[in-house]
Design a protein around this ligand. Structure first.
Ligand code: PLP
Length: 376
């Protein structure tokens, strides 16, 4: 039996909806399925405006434009994240200001933010790692005090909550991913969430190549034209059709992932009790979405050995981000090893276990058993 790290899945009416989209006569973006996905998320997550994009990366790039990032501006973010969290802002000439993470959640440490704010700081970009909400109360208070934008990278946080508010509904802007490795999938796909009503009109324009085409379709102008910078950020109806079938089953998908998370937690509790490894910690005020299950091991060497042990049994476990500040690009921005000790330490010892919708309890038990064997 082979257990991959991730496997794309169909949960319900994906193929039916794709057929409906094709037969409906519009495959280009902003058709019926795009509208249905957006309306579903606006209502469910209590967000003013949601616009589908081709990826979370594109939602981040739109966010950077909406934050009006200029060359030399500074953006505060964790280094323990995916490259596009930084690149979206760097593309417009921003300097990424990396702060360390909180060792309990691996989310941006809010107490590290204020010391890094300068008169060039424009935005804070919290990343909700593993679908566990960042300390948004603290981050929001700092942003308000210093008049900074907050852009949530909620790629992993769709349908998760922080103090009963959905991730992506809290900052000025938020970014979701529907990449096949995330909770709700469409192959490649994403969305930008807009909680500041003042940004909605410009967001629609930027997403439609810098034109007022959205207004034209609503009958608000009698022809559309070039009014701003922009690009083609909107996905095809094929993507939206697949995604809508997943959103309709969002609760079932989340329940399944939480059950997988809980089964792993229970299976490894004895190893944590014995001090052998550390399990994820979910703060009481966070309702996570089971996006990821990871183990924090003793050392990088132990991780190499455990990955090999699992691989020999056809199970794929993987490490995660190489901290951005120690990457070649990070070094070009003047960072070096030693700058962010918690990030560097934990990123070397974290191991992600197989976690996907169709992972069965018996497959999961094989993984749990194999990890126990490793430590015996
Ligand atoms: C997956 C991910 C992204 C990128 O998402 P895409 O939809 O693949 O562009 C960005 N940030 C984080 C934290 C992610 O996990």
């Amino acid at each position: 039996m082979k257990i991959p790290f991730n496997r794309p899945f169909i949960v319900g009416r994906e193929l039916e909806y794709i057929r409906e989209a094709v037969e409906g006569g519009q495959l280009a973006g902003d058709g019926r399925f795009t509208q249905r996905c957006q309306a579903w998320m606006e209502e469910r997550f209590d967000i003013d405006k949601v616009l589908l994009t081709t990826s979370c990366t594109m939602a981040l790039e739109m966010s950077a434009i909406l934050c009006d990032i200029q060359p030399g501006d500074e953006v505060i973010l964790p280094a323990y994240t995916f490259v596009t969290t930084a690149n979206a802002f760097v593309l417009l000439g921003a300097h990424p200001v990396f702060v360390d993470i909180d060792p309990t959640t691996l989310n941006m440490d809010p107490s590290a933010i204020e010391a890094r704010i300068t008169d060039r700081t424009k935005a804070i970009v919290p990343v909700h790692y593993a679908g566990v909400g960042c300390d948004m109360d603290a981050i929001g208070a700092i942003a308000k005090k210093h008049k900074l934008r907050v852009v949530e990278d909620a790629a992993q946080g769709v349908n998760a909550r922080y103090r009963d508010r959905y991730l992506g509904s809290i900052g000025d802007l938020g970014c979701f991913s529907f990449h096949e490795t995330k909770n709700f999938i469409a192959g490649e796909g994403g969305a930008i969430t807009i909680n500041d009503p003042g940004l909605v009109e410009r967001a629609e324009i930027i997403r439609e190549k810098g034109t007022d085409r959205s207004k034209f379709f609503r009958g608000e102008v009698d022809r559309y034209t070039w009014v701003d910078i922009g690009s083609s950020f909107l996905p095809s109806e094929l993507v939206a059709a697949y995604l809508f079938a997943q959103l309709e089953e969002a609760d079932r998908i989340t329940e399944k992932r939480l059950a997988i998370f809980d089964r792993y937690s229970a299976g490894f509790q004895s190893l944590q009790d014995a001090g052998t490894l550390r399990l994820p910690i979910i703060p009481e005020h966070c309702q996570h979405n089971g996006h990821m299950f990871y183990l924090i091991l003793d050392s990088q060497e132990q991780r190499v050995d455990l990955i090999a042990h699992l691989k020999s049994r056809d199970m794929l476990a993987v490490f995660h981000y190489i901290p951005l500040h120690t990457s070649p690009m990070g070094q070009r921005f003047g960072y070096r090893e030693g700058d962010l000790p918690v990030t560097e330490d934990l990123s070397k010892r974290l191991l992600r276990l197989p976690c996907y919708f169709e992972l069965s309890p018996s497959e999961q038990d094989c993984v749990i058993e194999a990890v126990h064997d490793f430590f015996r």
